[in-house]
Design a protein around this ligand. Structure first.
Ligand SMILES: Cc1cc2nc3c(=O)[nH]c(=O)nc-3n(C[C@H](O)[C@H](O)[C@H](O)COP(=O)(O)OP(=O)(O)OC[C@H]3O[C@@H](n4cnc5c(N)ncnc54)[C@H](O)[C@@H]3O)c2cc1C
Length: 414
């Protein structure tokens, strides 16, 4: 079967690329070993983070580092063997998180973030999926004045530098917006310009159906069979295409390494569990317990608790100790009832050492393109990534300058 482009990976990133290419007249095959949106894009917290102009940095304060080293922190845990293997990545990540370097990275990152909500809304409208987006923002809540003050200073900075809107919430306003949250909270911050998703898997599925309605074809197949040319084996036979896109999220390192690229990539794993609310309790917004290191999001299935980062091998068995640690705290924040899932879900955030995704041509191979490394913001950045890469591949003027996201920035890595 012949196509113009084969897109490998049907997470939020691959699906958005496929839809944007098909819309521009390319004949596209989208290939995944599972149905669309069933890995990392399935289980995230559902935030489309318009405020996320600064990507999540590696903490540099000694106190925080010592706390993390003890491996008891609710927000960050690690497998000891993975720390050794990821040490070179972590070292680069730490260096890139220096405030000066982080601020420079944010300047590039913000050019993508700026379009995250508008591009989701446009794609969702075309896909008939607007009802899955909630235009109500999300919030952080605080138990101590120190955390409240520090986060408020950050929000003020993002507003000053990037006009990110925020609403400071005192305890009374917080109770008005979220009457069922713990009454002892000091207050919070709301980011009103962010959207959230009530079912991330349903959103990716809707975007994939839109791609198919435009004439695109989805195939179950194995990206490991990709060979120069470009060819890939699927259940329906071999696909040939003049261009190929690697959008395999956390599995992109395996594919790019096999093709001869050595890139500073790693994964930060995370878990979720759904809960029934007790009685008539209701959660209106996604809520981050900033000091507790977890987030509660109202989802179609129930209240989804998502955890922070776990540094571990991609395929190492699940170790949901963070979930076990934060669940009792979450129960004091909001009246959570029984667990609704048989076991915790686990996903892997695909991270680069400089916190910027890789979007653009793989220079050593004509016709090969990369789109991965969206870390904590893959759901947020899927549609703008899809648009940007499709514009580059079809030679259109691009909405965003693609240069900061080029794989060439890692050229010394091979
Ligand atoms: C706990 C948690 C909370 C998060 N919260 C948020 C949030 O609120 N907002 C946000 O923006 N982001 C969030 N994220 C991050 C976000 O989920 C990811 O950045 C995003 O889903 C990555 O999308 P992707 O398409 O790159 O990867 P994926 O969704 O993982 O897609 C990659 C695809 O490649 C396929 N694949 C892999 N290997 C092969 C192969 N050999 N052959 C064929 N197919 C293959 C997989 O099946 C998969 O479908 C969160 C992540 C976690 C873990």
């Amino acid at each position: 079967m012949k196509f113009d482009t084969v897109v490998l990976g049907a997470g939020i990133v691959g699906v958005c690329i496929a839809a944007h290419l098909q819309k521009r007249g390319r004949q596209v095959a989208l290939v995944d070993r599972k149905l669309p949106g069933n890995e990392t894009s399935f289980g995230n917290a559902g935030l489309i983070q318009r405020e996320g102009v600064y990507p999540y940095a590696f903490p540099r304060g000694l106190g925080t580092l010592l706390r993390y080293a003890r491996n008891q922190s609710p927000d960050v845990r690690y497998h000891a063997d993975a720390i050794l293997k990821t040490a070179p990545f972590l070292w680069q990540y730490w260096r890139n998180s220096h405030p000066t370097r982080h601020a420079a990275i944010a300047k590039s990152y913000a050019t993508l973030i700026e379009h995250c909500v508008s591009e989701h809304r446009a794609l969702a409208a075309e896909a008939g999926a607007s009802a899955l987006l909630r235009p109500i923002g999300w919030m952080k809540v605080f138990r101590t004045a120190a955390a409240h003050d520090a986060e408020t200073r950050l929000a003020e900075r993002w507003h000053r530098e990037y006009e990110v809107e925020f609403e400071a919430l005192d305890a009374a306003r917080l109770q008005q917006l979220e009457p069922d949250l713990d009454r002892t909270l000091l207050g919070g911050l709301r980011y009103p310009d962010s959207d959230s998703v009530s079912d991330p898997n349903a959103l990716v599925t809707a975007y994939a159906r839109y791609f198919e309605a435009l004439g695109g074809r989805f195939f179950i197949g194995d990206a490991d069979t990709l060979r120069d040319g470009w060819q890939v084996d699927t259940e329906a036979g071999t696909i040939s295409a003049s261009s190929a896109v690697v959008a395999l999220g956390p599995w992109s390192e395996r594919a790019s390494t096999r093709l001869g690229y050595r890139l500073p990539l790693a994964v930060k794993r995370g878990y979720h569990m759904h809960y029934a609310p007790q009685g008539t309790a209701r959660l209106n917004h996604p809520v981050l317990d900033a000091e507790g290191g977890y987030l509660l999001a109202p989802m179609a299935r129930g209240i989804r608790l998502t955890t922070g980062a776990e540094i571990a091998d991609l395929e190492a068995p699940k170790t949901p100790t963070q979930l076990a640690a934060v669940e009792p705290v979450a129960r004091t924040l909001f009246p959570l009832g029984k667990r609704l899932d048989d076991e915790p879900w686990m996903g892997r955030r695909p991270c680069t050492a400089d916190m910027l995704p890789i979007i653009g041509p793989a220079k050593k191979h004509p016709g090969l393109w990369f789109a991965f490394g969206h870390a904590h913001h893959g759901l947020t950045l899927g549609p703008i990534t899809g648009r940007l890469l499709a514009e580059m591949m079809t030679g259109e003027a691009t909405l965003v300058d693609p240069r900061p996201f080029s794989v060439e920035r890692f050229a010394r890595h091979g």
